[in-house]
Design a protein around this ligand. Structure first.
Ligand SMILES: *[C@@H]1O[C@H](CO)[C@@H](O)[C@H](O)[C@H]1NC(C)=O
Ligand SMILES: *[C@@H]1O[C@H](CO)[C@@H](O)[C@H](O)[C@H]1NC(C)=O
Ligand SMILES: *[C@@H]1O[C@H](CO)[C@@H](O)[C@H](O)[C@H]1NC(C)=O
Ligand SMILES: *[C@@H]1O[C@H](CO)[C@@H](O)[C@H](O)[C@H]1NC(C)=O
Ligand SMILES: *[C@@H]1O[C@H](CO)[C@@H](O)[C@H](O)[C@H]1NC(C)=O
Ligand SMILES: *[C@@H]1O[C@H](CO)[C@@H](O)[C@H](O)[C@H]1NC(C)=O
Length: 809
C-alpha cells in the first residue's frame, strides 16, 4: 500500500516535470516562473525554441548590477537586443517573476519593484520567448492575442519582423557600457522617420539631424506610418495608403545564414548590422547600412549641444562614426564619456572688478576647418584678421573668433554643434581664445620654489601647528566625527567629493595612497612635513598634504573655535583647506596644491622681472582676500602675518592668501584686541611695539609693504642689511622717491610699469597711505581696493613717519 502511494507520488512528480520540460522546450514560460540575477546568465534564462535568443539577467561589466534583457545567445559576445531597466540596473539577487495580472515583475532582493511590464487587456496565460527575439505575454482570453511584447517597447535595437509604430521610440544608450537613456532618439514625425537629440534626463526632442524625407503632407492623418524591418533585412516606411518608402535600398544576405539587427548606437548613428551564424566564419557584427551619412555635418539643432557635448568638436572617422575631442586648453567633463561636454581649463573672468583681458593673460590657438555654427553673437564686416582677434581679446564674453572673407564672427560659450571637416570654414580661420601662461618654461622652477615656501610656512611658529591641531579637533567633534564613524568606504567616497562648503575627512590610508606613501616631499618644518599628493575629489586634484608629527596637547581648545571659522572661509583669494585626517596619533591637513609657488619667489627669485600686468592683478587679489577676511566673512579675521611668503599663486597666477597660523579672530562686534606680538620682521605694523590695541589696520600696514615689494620687485629689507645703513629700506626709499619724483630710482628700468604711469602712481600712493605709522591714517581694505581699482581718487599721502620715529621691526 505504502509503496503504491510512493509510486503514485513519483508519477505525479514525473508528470509535472515533463510538463515543465514541454513548456520550456517550445519557448513557453509558465505563470509563476522566475529568474534571479546571478553571474551565470545561461543558468538563469528562458530560451527561444532554437536557442538563438535568451531572456534573463546579464551582469554589467565591472559592476554588481544586472539588466533584464534579451540577447543573441549563439554568438560569442552575446549582444543584447533588448533591455528593460537600463536607467535602473538591478542589484545582485533581484528576481523577475511572471504573474497573471502584473505580467513580468522585476523586484530587488528586498522586494522593491524595479520594473514591470504592465500588459494591457486582461490576464496573462503564459509568456513565450520567440525565435524572432520577441518576448510575448499571451492573454488568457484569446491565445492568438499578445497583450505585451518586447517588440512594442524597443530599447536601442530593432530586429527583423519588428515594427516601429507611430508613437514608438528607439533611444540610444548613454555610453557603450552605460545603458541609461542617451541623447539620441529615433521616432516618427509627420510621416517621416527622424533622428533627433533630446535634452536628457527628460524627453524634450530637439531639432532633427536626419529625416527620411517622404513627400507627405504633415497634416494628413493618412500619412501616419509604421517603420517595418523585414525578415530579409529590408527597412521601409509603410504609409497608410499602402505605399512603401524604402530606407535601405536592398536586401542583404539570406536570413538563414545571418543575424540582423538595426541599432541606434550611443554615438547617434542608426546602423544596420549583420553577423554570420556559422561560428567558423567572421566573428563580428559588420555594418551594412547607416543613417545619417555624416552625423557631424548633419547636426544642426539650435538647442542642445549637437552630436558631441558642448564646446566639443565632432570629427567623422573613416568608418563614418563621430569622434569628439576638445579644443586646446579644454578638457572632457567626464573622461569616460567622449560625448560629454568640454570645459575650459581656466574660466575667463568677466566682471567689473577684472574688466577685459590683456594680452599677457589671453591668447589664441588657431584651428583650421573648424566651426561652431550656432554660437555667434556678433559679426563685423569688413575686418582684418588682426582687428578680429583684437575685438575678441578685448571682449570678456568672446570665446572664439572666426574670420573668413573679411567677415569676423564672435562666438560665446557654450559652443554647440562643433565640427571639423574640410568643407567647414574654407579659407577661414578659427581663433580659440585661451589663457596663456606668460612664462611657461619656468613652470618647473615654480614647483621647486614651492618647497621653499612650504618650509617657510611650516618653520614659522608653534602657533601654526597649535591652530591646525585645534582645527582638526573642532572638526572631529562638530562636523564629521559621527558621520565618519558610521560611514562605510562608499559613503566616505561620496562625501569626499564634496569640495567647497565643508571640510572632508580622510582616512590615514587614503592619504597614504594619495601621496604614494609620502614619497614626494614639498617641504619640512619644525612640526610637520608637507607632501605632494593626488586625491579623487570629483576629479583628480593635486593637493599638499601636511603631516603634523607631534601632537601638542596644550592650548588646543583655545584655538578650536578660531580654526573652525577659518576652515569655513571660502574666497577666491584664500588658499582652501580641503580636509583633514584624524586617526589615532595621525594628524594631517589637506590643502589645495599651488603650482606657481609663493609671491616671494615670483617677485624676488625670477630671472626676469614678472609682467607688470600680472603684478597688478596679484595686488588686486591680495587686497580682495584681505577685504574678505576683514569685513565680509561672518567672523572678522585679522591675518597678522601678511607677507609675500604667505601669498601663494595658483596655475593662473591668482594670488591666494595662506597660513592663518597667526590669525586673530574678532567677534563681530569687536574691532580691536590686545594680544601678544605676532608677525614677521619687515612687515609688522609699529603699533605692535606700543601699547596701542591691535586692529585690522596691522594687515593694512603689511599689505602696504607687500604692495611696495610688488611694485618694485625687491624686498623691503634687503638680505644682509644692518641697522646702520637703513637707507636701503624700501618703505623709506619709496616715500623719498615719491616726494622727489625719482621714480626711476625706485623702479630700475621697469619700462612696462613706467609706461603705465597712472596705475603706478596710484599704487604707490596707496602703498604709502597703507604704511602710515598712525593706524587711523591708514585706509581700510575696502578703501584700499577702491583706490587701487581707480574707483576713488587717491590723495597725496603724508610722510609715513611724521615724527621721525623710526621703529624698525
Ligand atoms: C483573438 O485575437 C485575434 C488577434 O487580435 C483576433 O483576430 C481574433 O478575432 C480574436 N478572437 C476572439 C475570439 O476574440
Ligand atoms: C550611467 O550614467 C548615469 C548618468 O551619468 C549614472 O547616473 C549611472 O550611475 C551610470 N550607470 C552605470 C551602471 O554606470
Ligand atoms: C500614398 O501617398 C503618397 C504621399 O502622400 C503618394 O506619393 C502615393 O502615391 C500614395 N500611394 C497610393 C497608392 O495612393
Ligand atoms: C488627425 O487626427 C486627429 C485625431 O486623431 C484630429 O484631431 C485631426 O483633426 C486630424 N487631422 C486631419 C488633417 O484630419
Ligand atoms: C561554416 O563555414 C565554413 C566555411 O566558411 C564551411 O566550411 C562550413 O561547412 C560551415 N559550417 C556550417 C555549419 O555551415
Ligand atoms: C579627423 O578624422 C580623420 C579620419 O577620418 C583624420 O584623418 C583627421 O586627422 C581627423 N582630424 C582631426 C582634426 O583630428
Amino acid at each position: 500500500m505504502a509503496s503504491a502511494l510512493v509510486d503514485a507520488a513519483t508519477l505525479l512528480v514525473l508528470l509535472l516535470l515533463l510538463n515543465r520540460a514541454a513548456i520550456k522546450a517550445c519557448g513557453k514560460v509558465a505563470l509563476g516562473s522566475s529568474l534571479s540575477a546571478i553571474d551565470d546568465s545561461s543558468k538563469s534564462s528562458w530560451s527561444s525554441p532554437s536557442g538563438e535568443f535568451k531572456f534573463g539577467f546579464r551582469r554589467l561589466d565591472k559592476t554588481d548590477l544586472f539588466l533584464l534583457s534579451i540577447w543573441f545567445d549563439k554568438i560569442p559576445d552575446k549582444t543584447m537586443a533588448w533591455y528593460a531597466n537600463g536607467n535602473n540596473p538591478a542589484p545582485r539577487g533581484s528576481t523577475v517573476q511572471l504573474t497573471s495580472d502584473g505580467g513580468l515583475e522585476l523586484n530587488d532582493p528586498q522586494g522593491q519593484e524595479i520594473w514591470k511590464s504592465e500588459p494591457i487587456g486582461g490576464a496573462v496565460a503564459y509568456g513565450e520567448m520567440l525565435d524572432t527575439g520577441n518576448f510575448v505575454l499571451v492573454a488568457t482570453a484569446n491565445k492568438s492575442n499578445n497583450i505585451w511584447e518586447s517588440f512594442k517597447h524597443p530599447s536601442d535595437t530593432l530586429l527583423p519582423t519588428q515594427v516601429l509604430e507611430v508613437d514608438g521610440v528607439v533611444s540610444s544608450r548613454l555610453t557603450k557600457t552605460n545603458y541609461s537613456t542617451g541623447r539620441f532618439q529615433l521616432r516618427h514625425k509627420d510621416g517621416n522617420l527622424v533622428l533627433n537629440t533630446v535634452g536628457i534626463p527628460a524627453t524634450f526632442a530637439y531639432d532633427t539631424y536626419y529625416e527620411s524625407g517622404n513627400s507627405v503632407n504633415a497634416n494628413d492623418n493618412d500619412s501616419l506610418s509604421q517603420t517595418i524591418f523585414t525578415e530579409t533585412g529590408f527597412i521601409y516606411i509603410l504609409i497608410r495608403n499602402g505605399s512603401r518608402v524604402g530606407l535601405n535600398t536592398q536586401d542583404f544576405f539570406p536570413r538563414k545564414d545571418h543575424y540582423y539587427r538595426a541599432t541606434l548606437d550611443f554615438d547617434g548613428v542608426f546602423a544596420q548590422y549583420i553577423h554570420p551564424k556559422n561560428s567558423s566564419g567572421n566573428q563580428a557584427w559588420s555594418m551594412v547600412w547607416h543613417i545619417p551619412d555624416d552625423i557631424c555635418m548633419a547636426s544642426k539643432a539650435t538647442l542642445g549641444s549637437g552630436t558631441c557635448g558642448f564646446n566639443s568638436i565632432c570629427n567623422l572617422t573613416a568608418d563614418k562614426r563621430p569622434t569628439c575631442y576638445c579644443p586646446p586648453k579644454y578638457s572632457m567633463e567626464d573622461p569616460n564619456n567622449m560625448f560629454s561636454s568640454c570645459v575650459p581649463d581656466h574660466t575667463q573672468v568677466c566682471n567689473r572688478e577684472e574688466p577685459g583681458s590683456s594680452k599677457d593673460v589671453y591668447g589664441f590657438e588657431v584651428l583650421l576647418n573648424t566651426d561652431w555654427p550656432f554660437s555667434d553673437y556678433e559679426q563685423f564686416y569688413p575686418f582684418t584678421e588682426d582687428q578680429c582677434r583684437n575685438a575678441c581679446l578685448r571682449d570678456c564674453q568672446c570665446a572664439v573668433a572666426v574670420i573668413r572673407d573679411q567677415n569676423c564672427w564672435k562666438k560665446r560659450l557654450p559652443l554647440s554643434n562643433g565640427k571639423v571637416n574640410s568643407q567647414v570654414n574654407i579659407n577661414g580661420k578659427t581663433f580659440m581664445k585661451v589663457r596663456v601662461d606668460s612664462r611657461p618654461t619656468e613652470k618647473e622652477r615654480h614647483e621647486k620654489v614651492l618647497i621653499v615656501i612650504v618650509s617657510l610656512l611650516l618653520g614659522s611658529s608653534v602657533f601654526v601647528n597649535l591652530l591646525l591641531l585645534g582645527g582638526i579637533f573642532l572638526y572631529i567633534y562638530i562636523a564629521c566625527r559621527n558621520k565618519l564613524k558610521k560611514a562605510e568606504e562608499v559613503k566616505l567616497k561620496s562625501e569626499r567629493s564634496v569640495v567647497g562648503g565643508r571640510l572632508c575627512s580622510f582616512t590615514y590610508r587614503d592619504l597614504e595612497e594619495a601621496t604614494n606613501e609620502f614619497k614626494e616631499e614639498l617641504g619640512r618644518g619644525a612640526f610637520a612635513v608637507v607632501y605632494k599628493g593626488v586625491l579623487e575629489l570629483g576629479g583628480k586634484k593635486l593637493v599638499a598634504v601636511k603631516k603634523l608629527d607631534r601632537v601638542v596637547q596644550e592650548r588646543e581648545k583655545e584655538f578650536k573655535t578660531e580654526l573652525g571659522v577659518i576652515g569655513q572661509t571660502h574666497h577666491k583669494n584664500l588658499v582652501q583647506l580641503l580636509g583633514f585626517c584624524d586617526e589615532g596619533q595621525h594628524r594631517l591637513l589637506v590643502y589645495e596644491f599651488m603650482s606657481n609657488g609663493t609671491l616671494a619667489n615670483f617677485l624676488f627669485e625670477a630671472p626676469t622681472r614678472p609682467a607688470w600686468n600680472q603684478r597688478t592683478q596679484i595686488a588686486f587679489g591680495i587686497a580682495r582676500g584681505l577685504l574678505y577676511l576683514h569685513e565680509e566673512c561672518s567672523t572678522h579675521i585679522i591675518h597678522c602675518d601678511v607677507k609675500p611668503q604667505n601669498i601663494l599663486l595658483d596655475d593662473c597666477f591668482t594670488a591666494k592668501i595662506s597660513d592663518f597660523g597667526l590669525a586673530k579672530l574678532l567677534m563681530t562686534d569687536q574691532s580691536r584686541t590686545h594680544t601678544v606680538i605676532r608677525g614677521t620682521k619687515g612687515y609688522v605694523a609699529p603699533e605692535w611695539f606700543r601699547t596701542a590695541p591691535v586692529t585690522s589696520k596691522v594687515d593694512v600696514y603689511s599689505f602696504g609693504v607687500v604692495l611696495l615689494e610688488i611694485i618694485c620687485c625687491r624686498k623691503n629689507i634687503p638680505v644682509g642689511i644692518n641697522e646702520s645703513n637703513g637707507g636701503e629700506i624700501l618703505t623709506d626709499l619709496a616715500y623719498d622717491c615719491f616726494c622727489q619724483g625719482r621714480l626711476d630710482d625706485l623702479l630700475e628700468n621697469d619700462i612696462e610699469a613706467m609706461n603705465d604711469m597712472s596705475t603706478l602712481d596710484r599704487f604707490l600712493r596707496v602703498a604709502i597711505w597703507c604704511i602710515q605709522e598712525e593706524p587711523s591714517l591708514r585706509p581700510t581694505m575696502r578703501k584700499v581696493t577702491q583706490m587701487l581699482e581707480g574707483v576713488t581718487e587717491v590723495p597725496v599721502p603724508p610722510s609715513p613717519s611724521p615724527f621721525g620715529s623710526v621703529l624698525r621691526s
